[in-house]
Write a protein that binds this ligand. Structure first.
Ligand code: ADA
Length: 557
């Protein structure tokens, strides 16, 4: 998997990205599939989304991927960075893991003999009970496949499962390091922590069969990370013969007096929402695409991006760390119905997904906010305990970052008491009212949130925007023209930056156009089958609004 630093120097590992054997099996019963009888009659790129390729465009069903790899004897760990959206993993024909939910890292383990091993993955992009996090009505196309990278790791007598690096004091350059490990047997082993090439801790630790070791280290040479000066450090942990490295930044995020602060400095968030989607690659993010997207974010003058509506590609986060772009990272969700939200299987799947999101992304200094459940029933009585549980899990896993969710209707929300940052999606001038109603609506949201008793919490407009069919213009500047979208966003930003100081963050909906669901009622509201509220189209060509937003953001950034 392409990262901007090497996560392991000692641990033997092999990238399995490349061209795999492929078979599209269709709408079959997964449990009836006999691996030996699968005719692998095609090839597929890994990472890649099979239903974004011309041969399988739009198909929903089961697909089989197969590759072979030579291994040395011992414990093998297959690391998947994201498979859409349900899979069963086989090692030499034996099932070793099932996983539900796309966009997050998970692994499958087995003990193996030396020699050639055959890895087969059944990947299902159908909707249903097996993948309760993904629903057909979501306003984006749920592409399927091994969408992110795959690696094979060989584990020894003891191994590191994860590192959690949290700033304790920016002034004293002090960080807390937690090493999660597992071992074949309880035993003492040497632990070495090195940062930026300097050894900061060396000791012998008594390991149990699994557990965590926590230590505090000071890094006096390390500069703090901030949006204007995104200084990064690399920390390397060696435990016996295994190692893991993470890149991080010393920084502190808080909410104080209605503002988000980074290292004590209030920030005004100016940015966009971004989907990880492309007509040719689906949810897969080729390096060239990620680099280009970050270039466009920088060109726009953004200091903020909301990863709508699922956990983000690790390379994108690496590049945001380097660019000093602040990130809202959220678990998957889009207008789940109340019944879905209260289903225990769904809640378990969300909790597992949140655990995976935090484990994979927690060390990125660019992430300043965790989010959940975009536009779900936070207006309902049933929603409150679910929001409390999921936000509680986030706080438990990571008490260092504020938590939020994007409310579908701030005027009728029942969960603002549970968050650190209040976030409201609103579409004045598009789904209701005209452009002239925008300032009043934004002010009304702010007044309502304050009246509820949350005046001390930062307030973000987490979505606002208008559709624009690329290249469409008319004399009237009517709906769907590039000029209507541009005028609407000009009004939004003009108001937010024109003297009001209650709302301190904006994520425009959306950076780029993207394909929506196949559901007919939705398609009738989405010309070309595309959500075209992008500042750029799905091939990243700028619309008029891109230039309008850039002028504002650059002037104020
Ligand atoms: C919602 C939703 C977005 C998108 C948007 C729109 O606010 O959160 O994902 O669907 O509406 O374009 O209507």
């Amino acid at each position: 998997m392409t990262r901007r630093f090497a996560p392991h120097e000692l641990r033997p590992h092999t990238a399995l990205d490349g061209i795999w054997d492929f078979a599209y099996l269709g709408d079959v019963d997964t449990d009836q599939v006999v691996l030996d009888s699968i005719a692998f009659d095609d090839l597929m790129a890994v990472p890649g989304c099979f239903d974004a390729t011309p041969a399988y465009a739009g198909r929903r069903g089961l697909a089989a991927y197969r590759t072979r790899v030579r291994v040395e004897a011992g414990r093998q760990r297959l690391v998947f960075d994201g498979v859409q959206h349900w899979c069963r993993v086989f090692w030499n024909g034996e099932p070793i893991r099932e996983h539900a939910g796309g966009f997050t890292r998970f692994w499958a383990e087995t003990e193996a003999e030396a020699g050639e091993a055959e890895i087969t993955i059944l990947v299902d992009n159908r909707f249903g009970e097996r993948a309760p996090l993904h629903m057909e009505h979501f306003d984006w196309y749920a592409y399927g496949g091994i969408a992110r990278s795959v690696e094979l790791h060989r584990l020894g007598e003891a191994w590191i499962d994860g590192l959690a690096i949290a700033t304790e004091s920016v002034a004293e350059r002090r960080v807390r390091v937690r090493v999660d490990y597992a071992a074949n047997a309880a035993a003492p082993l040497p632990l070495v922590i090195e940062c930026d090439g300097r050894i900061v801790l060396e000791e012998q630790v008594d390991l149990a069969e699994s557990g965590s070791v926590e230590r505090t280290v000071e890094l006096p040479w390390a500069a703090p990370w901030s949006p204007s000066d995104p200084a990064l450090s690399t920390l390397s942990v060696r435990l016996g013969g295994d190692d893991m490295r993470e890149r991080f930044g010393i920084r502190d995020v808080r909410t104080e007096n209605g503002r988000i602060t980074v290292n004590g400095e209030p920030v005004t968030l100016l940015g966009v929402n971004r989907h990880e989607a492309h007509p040719q690659f689906g949810h897969t993010q080729p390096e060239a695409l990620v680099v280009a997207d970050v270039q466009q974010l920088r060109d726009l003058g953004c200091n903020f991006v909301r990863g709508s509506h699922y956990p983000l590609d690790p390379l994108f986060l690496d590049l945001c760390d380097e660019a000093g772009i602040l990130v809202w990272c959220e678990s998957i969700g889009w207008q789940y119905p109340v019944e879905h939200l209260t289903d225990p299987a769904f809640i378990d799947a969300q909790l597992a997904h949140i655990d995976e999101m935090v484990a994979a992304s927690r060390n990125h200094p660019s992430i300043i906010l965790w989010g959940i459940l975009n536009e779900c029933p936070s207006w309902s009585e049933e929603g409150h305990p679910v929001y409390a549980r999921l936000l509680g899990r986030l706080r438990e896993l990571d008490p260092t970052r504020p938590v939020t969710y994007a409310s579908v209707n701030a005027h009728d929300d029942k969960c603002f008491d549970l968050v650190d940052v209040v976030s409201a999606n609103t579409y004045p001038g598009w789904y209701f009212g005209g452009v002239e109603d925008i300032p009043g609506e934004l002010d009304r949201i702010a007044a309502h949130v304050d009246a509820l008793g949350h005046a001390d919490k930062p307030l973000i407009i987490s979505e606002i925007g208008a559709g624009a069919v690329p290249g469409h213009v008319d004399q009237l500047g009517s709906l769907w023209t590039e000029s209507y979208q541009s005028d609407l966003l000009d009004t939004v930003i003009g108001h937010l930056l024109g003297g009001q100081d209650r709302i301190s963050g904006l994520a425009i909906w959306v950076l780029g156009d993207f394909r929506t669901t196949e559901q007919r009622d939705f398609l009738l509201r989405r010309p070309r089958g595309v959500n075209d509220k992008g500042l750029i189209d799905e091939y990243r060509r700028p619309k008029q609004a891109f230039r309008t937003v850039r002028q504002h953001f650059r002037r104020n950034g």
